[in-house]
Design a protein around this ligand. Structure first.
Ligand code: ATP
Ligand code: MG
Length: 488
């Protein structure tokens, strides 16, 4: 790879109060090159992207695009100069169709030109086709599956033909097949000569895609080189990758105990769409049950039915008693805590306040004890105790959502895609914590995941949910044998 860098970042610094989120980062990306940016949760990756894009103002440093320093300019001017960003979270306009959303991103500067600009419609259609939204371009974003929403963000980012594309966690929450499709799209950006900066915790997929990797920790560079070199680096291994997730010893006793949760032919309809179709399931006391399924299979709907958040047909019993007619609050008080996929944190409240809310029903002493344990488990939450939840990094928010659910000291803990956005080292930590929790308490866990590398090692039993139906049930070892392809 030769030639002048397209994007050149020098001495980039960003402070939030006393915290130095980015501390003297330098990076170069040439046209037709993909640079991977990795690092543990909260290491400053998203902040680097926001600084390049002008969404946050750097305290020091230069951001040069083909030699022109853009640092300190507002985001719309930086976008106009030729930098596009794919945000981690989709922010579509819901009243507009997919095509209209893309058209808006295509607009030069003023909305009034929309009607006038010739070729906008055609270009928008071409982009929709390219990212794989051809068949759904006239639909509204709220009706799209998760992966298509991510596709729409890609489409918006490339609409104005940027010379540099910043992509923040494109693979989070995607299945293996979807990750492959997105990787192909990003390869396409490279082939067109764009410079790409890619952040993601899916280490394998990043390594397969990038030309070089830069690893950050606490706002600073800790390693740079080829993916191989960086993944072998001692510090990177220690602070980011961690070890392998160990399979836990099977608990024969658990399956023999009484069922804590029973679902009999539970169905849920959203309008005409069948989200759950006569789903039955048992979770025994002390068991760890994983429900594996792709996006849109119905996992979240199933959990929401249990938590009393969506109306359903069929029977749901908890500790032998029907949950019919109970409010979500009463179900939670009975000992079922759900850590939702969407996190549902109180963004304008501090980390500490969010945790206190989770433990409000506990007697003071056990609340304090539980809080201490969780802060020891996720030390970052202790450091960020007074920070507002919405300013936490993606992974820090996920840790807070899990910790808040655990603050309730539930009998039945429901974890919906807990691995979303977490660094490998944190997954290992979470895995050990769940195991410790199971050994020291009688907690029962129901986990929903499409990431089988996390779902299988812990599980006593696995269910496979596909298109609203339970297709398979069995021990994790047999899942790997019988259902492996497409999931592993
Ligand atoms: N507005 C803010 N106020 C205070 N602290 C902030 C603010 N924005 C970010 N931070 C902190 O800066 C640090 C870096 O955050 P950033 O979002 O860049 O991390 P990240 O590397 O993208 O992590 P993740 O992989 O979890 O998304 C975090 O500890 C975060 O809590
Ligand atoms: Mg981030």
């Amino acid at each position: 790879m030769s030639g002048e860098p397209r994007l050149q970042v020098r001495g980039l610094v960003k402070r939030f109060g006393g915290l130095v989120a980015v501390n003297g980062i330098d990076l170069d990306i040439r046209p037709g090159e993909i640079l991977g940016l990795i690092g543990p949760n909260g290491s400053g990756k998203s902040t680097v992207m926001k600084l390049i894009m002008g969404i946050e103002r750097p305290d020091a440093g230069a951001v040069r695009l083909d030699g022109v320093d853009l640092a300190g300019r507002p985001p719309h001017r930086i976008a106009r100069s030729g930098i596009g960003i794919v945000f981690q979270h989709s922010r579509p306009l819901h009243r507009q169709t997919v095509l209209e959303n893309i058209k808006l991103a295509l607009l030069p500067d003023s909305l009034l030109r929309l009607a006038a600009a010739p070729g906008v419609d055609e270009r928008a259609r071409a982009i929709a086709e390219r990212v794989g939204l051809g068949a759904v371009m006239h639909r509204h974003p709220s009706t799209l599956p998760f992966a298509d929403l991510r596709r729409m963000e890609m489409a918006k980012a490339i609409a104005r033909d940027p010379r540099v594309v910043l992509v923040d966690e494109p693979f989070a929450g995607l299945t293996g097949g979807e990750v492959a499709a997105f990787s192909e799209l990003i390869r396409g950006f490279r082939a067109e000569g764009r410079a790409v900066l890619l952040v993601d915790h899916n280490v394998k997929s990043v390594a397969a895609l990038v030309d070089r990797v830069l690893a950050m920790y606490l706002g600073e560079r800790i390693a740079e080189g080829t993916a191989d070199e960086v993944m072998r680096d001692e510090t990177v291994r220690r602070v980011y990758l961690g070890g392998k997730i160990e399979a836990v010893a099977q608990r024969a006793a658990a399956a023999a105990s009484a069922p804590l949760l029973e679902l009999d032919e539970v169905s849920v309809l959203y309008g005409k769409a069948q989200a759950l179709d006569k789903v039955s399931l048992r979770v025994h006391e002390g068991e760890f049950v994983s429900i594996v399924g792709l996006n849109g299979a119905g996992k979240t709907t199933l959990f929401n039915a249990v938590s009393g958040l969506v109306p359903h047909n069929g029977a749901i019993r908890y500790a032998g008693k029907s949950l019919a007619g109970m409010t979500a609050g009463a179900i939670a008080r009975a000992g079922i805590a759900q850590c939702p996929e969407t996190r549902e944190l109180f963004g304008d409240m501090s980390v500490r306040e969010n945790l206190d809310l989770g433990g409000q029903h506990l007697p003071r002493q056990s609340r304090a004890r539980q809080l201490d344990w969780l802060l020891e488990l996720f030390p970052i939450l202790k450091e960020r105790a007074s920070q507002m939840a919405r300013t936490l990094s993606g992974g820090e928010q996920q840790m807070l959502a899990i910790a808040r659910a655990l603050m309730m000291q539930p009998k039945l803990l429901i974890l919906d895609e807990p691995t979303l956005g977490l660094a490998p080292v944190i997954l290992e930590l979470l895995s050990k914590a769940l195991e410790r929790l199971r050994q020291s308490t009688d907690i029962t866990v129901l986990l929903g995941e499409q990431n089988v590398t996390f779902a299988l090692p812990h599980a006593d039993r696995v269910y496979l949910l596909e298109h609203a139906r339970m297709l398979w049930e069995g021990p994790p070892a047999r899942f790997a044998e019988e259902m492996g392809t497409g999931y592993l």
